[in-house]
Design a protein around this ligand. Sequence first.
Ligand code: AMP
Ligand code: MG
Length: 325
Amino acid sequence: MSEILEGPCAIALGVDRLGEGKLVVFPTETVYGLGANALDAKAVERVFALKGRPATNPLIVHVSGIVMAKTVVAHWPEPADLIAKAYWPGPVTMVLPKAQCVPGIVCANGSTVAVRCPEHPCALALIESFGKPIVGPSANPSGRISPTAPEHVADGFPDADLMIVDGGHCRAGIESTVVDLSGETARVLRPGIIGAHAISETIGQPVACVTKSHDDPIAKSPGMIGSHYQPRTPTKLVAADELGSATGSVTLIAWSIGSHPAGGVLISMPAKLDAYASAIYRALHDADREGQSAIWIEEPAIGYGPDDQAIRSAIMERLERAAHK
Ligand code: AMP
Ligand code: MG
């Protein structure tokens, strides 16, 4: 049985556990992370084992700020400094050449490391008190929906004996933007609520987006290929005009209707895109628990302006993966 704890005692206990090479689930502003000492290969191995995560999918190293970030990278280029100053603590991860102290397992034995300073006060308190970087992949079995609340974590790992730091519901609600700064041009490997256009303005350079085509295995972030974020229930992405043909056994996740056309379960979503992003994983967890024959998700509202458009494409990227092929 996992235990859900909150407050300063939870942080202190979490620090003890991290020091013993154990796992601690912690909240971030994006999703809940499965934390372990990033400099302890054995502890990191436990993260891969519990998640069932392929060894080819590297982990994000969470730091308390720029000073700690510099200890895990071999080189801290000017764009990294500009991005960190503009968005940290916050939902942007940077891929940079790795320092020797980072065990190979963290980086799937590659030459780069992904690093981020999360914004949630519990995450920051945990990293600062521990004094070392913490890996923190989403705290769900590999391939399943990311958790945005402590109960999602406990549901995902019913047999594990985890300590979960309760930080409430995650504000941003979808995973961080991953931007690769290790090559000649900056590239967004995973879209998030901070868009490529915003990062490009921040660093004064063009930023490529390489996540558009899911089938292009070249230049992808490892671990971004194929299905991901999937509910157990067969899930389909639909346009607004298809909602009327839903039967009672279809759970609808929709923002444009006030009731289910056939009297089934409707999970109402906000039309505003940042609020939609914050709510979508909870909606998917809830819909999955309804145990109906299918889940239909109405495509989110169209975004106006570059910020909303970036959030919408980040959401769509997750929804397309959630839809069963
Ligand atoms: P998760 O923590 O489960 O949300 O996934 C972490 C994401 O960061 C995955 O999409 C990884 O592929 C990506 N990532 C982590 N490390 C690297 C790296 N060294 N190079 C490229 N992408 C990375
Ligand atoms: Mg994940």
